[in-house]
Ligand binder design. Structure first.
Ligand code: F6R
Length: 612
């Protein structure tokens, strides 16, 4: 949430900042701004709306080789130019990602000193505090930052320019992410790796409470007492094209198509062929002891990642016969959860930076549970702080609506469940080999569904005028219904709900009237007959039913109970969520397109939710 970038080097800073902001725009897009050191001092330019608007506003003459840029997702203070970053107070100009929780108290103190903010933001208060500390510490940066860290509560990643230190940027963070790299072009810092890719594949994560002093030639990292430290270098395998649209109209459509490959990449390092095909976590450092000593699993995450966890729970309980619980991270962290050393807490996060999931992880560790995270972004906070990490290899996900990260998370859950079941003796080698073979074939099955995308495109025309829509399913189909519903509502703005099909008649059925679209998932044989009864119930109330079943379903289904029937390829029921997910993602995508909406950057949302 909020994209931040700093550049100090041998190129035109304003151009580099604009390029970086365009790449980070998915983190927030209600306003944007840059600040650059020039011969006339620090110049700040801001604008409401997208980065393109800011670009058009830049003066032709803005000669600078060092500056900072920000693209905002509003927290404190509405969307306006005055609330956009960078914020300036006296000697200090800064950008911020996070939330300063005690800003009200600090504002009062500063007011007592005659300092009145011009914006409604917590960030300007931070700038004012830093300026006042800089003055009282006679320009000593480390003293200033030490003082600020003592006083600021909440989460922050700051890039700070001091007016009297031309061409130097100082960075410090707590909670919110910040990555840094050096290249021939200069030194660059950003909220995520996507904006560093044009310069380098080697980078480091700035550790919390350490200071990065960024100049043209180098980035010096030091403790708050001034001791210089060497950061741990990381590298990514993707190149620039992984973060570009590559001919697709939207990132979301591209990412939907990338799913078979993302799954294969996630599987490959864990597929060691021997006599039997068993998941192998040697490279991940996840030992069998982790599973042997576990008598309970708690999965916690937010949004789509939590939906992947819901499917994970069903699969794990089925195979392991031990209790598995799924909790929304923002609830879990305040619920005083009962955990012990035999509980395995699984955290799921594409970004690895979601504030609530990170807090849930810290709580689980505090309470002595073992923690294992399923994360896409290498070196992210959740990955670094977990006892074990199983990386998904989905590559960069740019569209705000998650697609390939979701199916890659499912893949990780399936691998975990299979190994776990094998280790605790609930399934033997032959059985696990059979499942692994099925998982290995999922990519090819997904490709078959993608070949039918025109069907989903055509069908979406019927969903486009809808005001309300329901997704129903049972068991794994219910977990997927939740995901289908969030996908649809976030990018089409159509009100939608997911219901466990059997629960509908306990209240919600009153909302199902003539013509209301109901997307019914019926891919699970054990509950198929019950599911069809529920479909008949909504049909009897006049619903427009889109029924999703498997090709190899040989039950006789009267064609009067649905308006449209879509089929996923044959195969074991447990793999149905992978292929059915593509249908739901494409329906959401095309419906959003027909409604003329911004598919990749839906209103009010942003990627990587680093605030609570
Ligand atoms: C929906 C979506 C969100 C995220 C959620 C968690 O399409 O993308 O619901 O899944 O914000 O984000 P991560 O996975 O980064 O923790």
């Amino acid at each position: 949430m909020c994209g931040i970038i700093g550049f100090c080097g041998y190129l035109d800073a304003k151009e580099e900042l604009i390029k970086g902001l365009a790449e980070l725009e998915y983190r927030g897009y209600d306003s944007a701004g840059i600040a650059c050191y020039t011969d006339r001092g620090i110049e700040v330019i801001k604008s409401v709306g997208k980065v393109e608007g800011l670009k058009n506003k830049l003066p032709a003459k803005l000669e600078s080789s060092c500056g900072i840029g920000h693209t905002r997702w509003a927290t404190h203070g509405g969307v306006s130019e005055v609330n956009a970053h960078p914020h300036r107070s006296g000697n200090v100009t800064l950008i911020h990602n996070g939330i300063i929780e005690n800003y009200h108290e600090l504002a009062k103190e500063l007011e007592g000193m005659g300092k009145i903010p011009v914006s409604q933001t917590d960030t300007e208060i931070a700038a004012m505090l830093l300026d006042s500390l800089y003055e009282s510490n006679q320009g000593n940066v480390l003293e200033t930052l030490r003082g600020a860290v003592e006083r600021l509560e909440g989460a922050y990643a700051f890039c700070i320019m001091f007016a009297d230190q031309k061409d130097v940027i100082y960075c410090i963070r707590k909670g919110s992410p910040l990555v840094c790299c050096s290249s021939e072009e200069g030194s660059i810092v950003a909220s995520d790796m996507v904006a560093l890719l044009r310069y380098s594949k080697e980078y480091f994560v700035l550790p919390e409470f350490q200071v990065a002093k960024v100049t043209k030639n180098t980035i010096t990292v030091m403790d708050l007492d001034g001791t210089v430290v060497s950061p741990v270098m990381l590298s990514v395998h993707w190149d620039m094209s992984a973060a570009q649209k590559n001919g697709f109209k939207h990132y979301m459509l591209k990412e939907i198509h990338e799913q078979p490959e993302a799954i294969r990449r996630t599987l490959a390092p864990r597929m060691k062929k021997g006599n039997y095909l068993l998941p192998d976590f040697t490279e991940d450092g996840i030992t069998d002891e982790v599973f042997k000593n576990t008598n309970r699993v708690v999965i916690t995450a937010c949004g789509t990642a939590m939906h992947a966890g819901m499917a994970g729970k069903i699969l794990m309980e089925k195979l392991l016969r031990i209790p598995v619980q799924v909790e929304i991270a923002s609830e879990f962290r305040y619920a005083d959860p009962i955990l012990d050393e035999n509980t395995l807490v699984i955290l799921v996060s594409q970004s690895g930076e979601t504030a609530d999931t990170l807090a849930a992880l810290r709580l689980a560790r505090e309470k002595g549970a073992k923690t294992l995270s399923i994360v896409n972004v290498k070196g992210s906070s959740i990955a670094r702080e977990s006892d074990y990490v199983l990386y998904t290899h989905a590559g960069p996900e740019i569209a705000v609506a998650s697609t390939k990260a979701y199916t890659a998370q499912l893949t990780a859950f399936y691998l975990l469940a299979f190994r776990f079941a094998y280790v605790i003796g609930k399934r033997n080698e032959q059985e696990i080999s059979y499942y692994m073979k099925g998982l290995d074939e999922v990519g090819a099955l997904m490709e078959k569904v993608l070949e039918q995308k025109d069907k989903m495109k055509e069908l979406s025309k019927r969903l486009t005028p809808a005001q309300d829509l329901f997704f129903i399913g049972r068991s794994l189909d219910y977990a997927l219904a939740c995901e289908g519903s969030i996908k649809l509502k976030e990018i089409t703005y159509i009100h939608s709900e997911a219901y466990a099909a059997g629960e509908l008649k306990h209240g919600t059925l009153s909302l199902v009237t003539g013509g209301v679209p109901v997307i019914a998932l019926a891919t699970q044989s054990d509950v198929f007959a019950k599911m069809i009864s529920n479909v008949k119930e909504v049909r009897a109330r006049g619903a427009m039913v889109i029924l999703i079943t498997k090709e190899d379903n040989d039950a006789v289904i009267e064609n009067t109970i649905f308006d449209e029937r879509l089929m996923i390829p044959a195969g074991d029921d447990i793999f149905a969520p992978f292929t059915a997910a593509i249908i739901l993602q494409l329906l959401a995508y095309y419906t959003s397109s027909y409604r003329g909406l911004d598919v990749d950057q839906p209103r009010n949302l942003a990627k990587s939710v680093t605030v609570e």
